[in-house]
Design a protein around this ligand. Sequence first.
Ligand code: FDA
Length: 303
Amino acid sequence: MSVFSKAVIALTEAGPVEKTITGTRPGRALAHRFVAGDTLDDAVSVARKLNDDGLVVSLDFLGEEVSDRTSAVEARDEYLEGLERIGSEGLQANISVKLSQLGLAIDEGLAIELLDSLAEAAHRVSTTVTIDMEDSRFTDATVRIYEKTQTHHGNLGLALQAYLHRTPDDLKRLMPLGGHLRLCKGAYVEEPDVALTSKTAVDQAYAGQLRTLMADEEVRPAVATHDLELVDLARELARDREQPFEFQMLYGVRSSLQRQLVADGFTMRVYLPFGSQWYPYLTRRLAERPSNAWFFVRSVFGS
Ligand code: FDA
């Protein structure tokens, strides 16, 4: 992660900055570039439009690191409702969940129980559940829970972060489970003993791991990046691949590339967040792209 990104994350963690972003019109407008809206209805209506344009969707109910059981159960219930809507409205969609939103930080057993109920509900509407990967405090438990739940239910997937030193080993360990593995670069601030820190090194690691994933016909790779060189590499590797794979990108990022890939015959899944807890998600998007942060600063202070 660059010095700029770390500075943005540090700045946005300051209380007054959070207040300015969440409490002003430009802040909320910026959030709406990346978030479908506050409610499930908002998300369903955006998902329907994306489906009409040939894109599939992953619904993400925003929220992370809950500190009590009630909030974890409420998050699970929102996802259950989302799955019901996927079924009743025939949406081409799955869900993406964070285990810390299902209580991982307070009780691992609770997170497993709630994830189990989501996997069962997803089965009923013939869809899947992808587990997002959070910061490295949660990696061990997340990989362990994925292994267990995927072995039992068979309809799960997991995000893996190319910047982590451990990811090549995790890939070897998890590919035989045959789920869908979403390869992303990694969005959190990590120490050098845990993760690669230079962009060049992360990009190289991503390319190597992408080659490994795309060569495995048992697993369904999800190529989650907006990086043109890596998208091109995936297209090249796809020529030798027989089994399906998909591209994944974030809602509001490189929308024309998303549509171009659909026009070229690829499956494109848009990661579609909704809910009122959008602040941590937005700060990660600001940190990824200097122009997003400048856009916001100019809107608030004028120029
Ligand atoms: P990179 O950051 O190098 O960007 C390449 C280009 O894409 C940029 O030059 C810019 O043009 C465009 N771009 C990228 N981000 C942008 C932004 N925010 N706004 C505008 N333009 C932007 N991370 C994680 O740690 N755990 C997870 O579970 C997930 N899940 C996930 C799902 C999906 C579908 C995607 C696409 C990404 C994630 N991520 C994630 C985030 C991921 O780790 C990474 O931080 C971002 O995707 C940015 O990295 P890129 O691969 O796009 O490359």
